[in-house]
Design a protein around this ligand. Sequence first.
Ligand code: ADE
Length: 247
Amino acid sequence: MRLDILTLFPEVFAPLFASIPARAQTSGRVKVELHNLRDWGRGRHRQVDDVPFGGGPGMVIQAEPLAAAIRAVQALDPKPARVVYLTPQGTPLSQAMVEEMATRPRLLLLCGHYEGIDERIRETLVEQEVSIGDYVLSGGELPAMVLADALIRLVPGVIDSESVACESFSTGILDHPHYSRPAVFEGRSVPEVLLSGHHGRIEEWRREQALLNTARRRPDLLARVELNAAERRLVGGCQERGVPSEP
Ligand code: ADE
């Protein structure tokens, strides 16, 4: 997968060159290319923004440098990139969306700033708009990093496919609790079943815990998953009794 990122602040993307995303790039499975929008700016100051027509606060990223930058970045590789604009007005990001996007060989992530980008670029060159939540950040850089990280870990071979399959949201529900050594920590023991070596019972316990965890913290997710009769009883009982939520 190739990710081109068009931004005014390429220096903030260091996290994409550490840990799992870094390994994904050294192994050749992923290529992340950063491009500074200012390279397509006007004049000595490489200006890319101007005041909004009609007045109002802030500045708008202008259509001309943006269009030139998008077209120049597209031309760097024969595979056409899907142009994705990170904006609080976009579709809220979900694991299902990340899974769909990860099937694309190339994406161009466009980071907005100030009051946003000229509407005509949204209409003509942007194919998808993504929000990472109902809050406003100072720019699209952190959202682009969130999206890039979520995409990179889905590229085959980047992480163990079994871990991806079991994670929260891939299964449609939240994850089960995890424990490691020591078996007793400050008087708190690991659940007996996990020490039993009985894989069938362990899997059953994990599924139950994942369902209870979801019923307690994100009951909205349960409406979207298929449960068998026993599982329905388990979460139904939990909802009727009102399992106490975490502190
Ligand atoms: N830019 C600023 N805030 C954002 C958000 N919540 N999601 C995506 N892009 C943004």
